[in-house]
Design a protein around this ligand. Structure first.
Ligand code: COA
Ligand code: MG
Length: 294
């Protein structure tokens, strides 16, 4: 695992027009914040939201939290100005909605470079349309600035003419396809939102399912969703203890010439050791992040 690894358990959307929410986010336990100019902002408020968000990024104060700006699509009246303003402000990432093909995304990457985006500003892509999902593998390798897929499950359910159901069977294929593409090209992959923001049990079930699939974290719509999400997407004490035990047992076995250890009745081979090391590195990164944020 690279030392630059950073936790992205909880990625909170914040309406860009709400100055109070932008301020409040400075003390919220979110790993990352998406300052939204797209769906959470009404057309009347778009220009004012752009100014608020650019000021928030420029002034900072978000500590170790990653700051991402979601712009409007380039096919809207606001997209081009959003992109230019976001590039100049230089957040950790710029999130592009409804990405559908690699060529358009590569062109956007070149545009932000021309507009003065620093090298540290990554591109993140919303995966939320049928065409985008079908092109996931090509999009994932479209440009070196691209570092993350964000699942847009609300748009996807709408476009499929599907329904929101527990277990998310209607969007499973799309979620899996994007995860495969992301992992094949070493991208981060963040799960979609859970709309019923007062339903903690439903949120927990969806976080657990997303984590089991391999998602790095979940996008959220309300601060009340942070605690459950951070808990589920961080390694549990039990998982961390087992990872440490596996590592120690494997080291002991290799010292005596063997290649397979047994911990808690399960075999531990080289590949399990890699997973154990990833879990330990994740836990250490979370501890560092939380120390910086507090
Ligand atoms: N980010 C940061 N702070 C938020 C927040 C968010 N997404 N959602 C709510 N808050 C803050 C509120 O400003 C309020 O702060 P205050 O007590 O200092 O005034 C506090 O959390 C409690 O908010 P609450 O009254 O429970 O919610 P609300 O009725 O103000 O808002 C929503 C509910 C769903 C409208 C709001 O959470 C929201 O707009 N979420 C984001 C939606 C979005 O971004 N959608 C696009 C992506 S899917
Ligand atoms: Mg969307």
């Amino acid at each position: 695992m690279p030392t630059s690894f950073r936790p992205r358990r909880s990625v909170l959307y914040m309406p860009g027009a709400r100055a109070r929410a932008l301020e409040k986010a400075k003390s919220l336990p979110a790993d990352a914040l998406i300052l939204d100019l797209e769906d959470a902002v009404t057309p009347d408020e778009k220009p004012a939201a752009r100014d608020l968000v650019v000021n928030a990024v420029t002034e900072g104060g978000y500590g170790a939290r990653e700051v991402i700006v979601r712009v409007n699509g380039l096919d809207t009246p606001w997209g081009a100005d959003d992109l230019a303003a976001a590039a100049k402000a230089g957040p950790d990432a710029i999130l592009i909605p409804k990405v559908e093909d690699p060529a358009s995304l590569a062109a956007i990457a070149e545009q932000i470079t021309s507009a003065g985006a620093p090298d540290r500003t990554a591109l993140w892509a919303m995966m939320e349309t049928p065409l985008g999902i079908l092109n996931a593998a090509a999009i994932a390798s479209a440009h070196p600035r691209l570092s993350c897929f964000v699942m847009g499950t609300n748009d996807l359910v709408k476009e499929l003419r599907a329904e929101h159901v527990a277990g998310r069977a209607p969007v499973q294929a799309a979620l899996s396809q994007c995860l495969l593409a992301a992992r094949a090209h070493d991208l981060v992959c963040i799960d979609g939102v859970y709309n019923a923001f007062k339903d903690d049990d439903g949120l927990r079930a969806e976080c657990e399912a997303g984590r089991a699939m391999g998602f790095d974290g979940k996008t959220l719509i309300h601060p009340a969703q942070l605690a459950v999400t951070n808990e589920v997407f961080g390694p549990s004490e039990a998982a961390l203890a087992e990872a440490r035990e596996q590592l120690a047992a494997f080291e002991a076995v290799t010292m005596s010439g063997g290649g397979v250890a047994v911990v808690n009745g399960k075999i531990v081979e080289n590949l399990h050791v890699e997973t154990a090391k990833r879990i330990i590195a994740e836990a250490e990164a979370i501890t560092r992040l939380e120390a910086e944020a507090s």
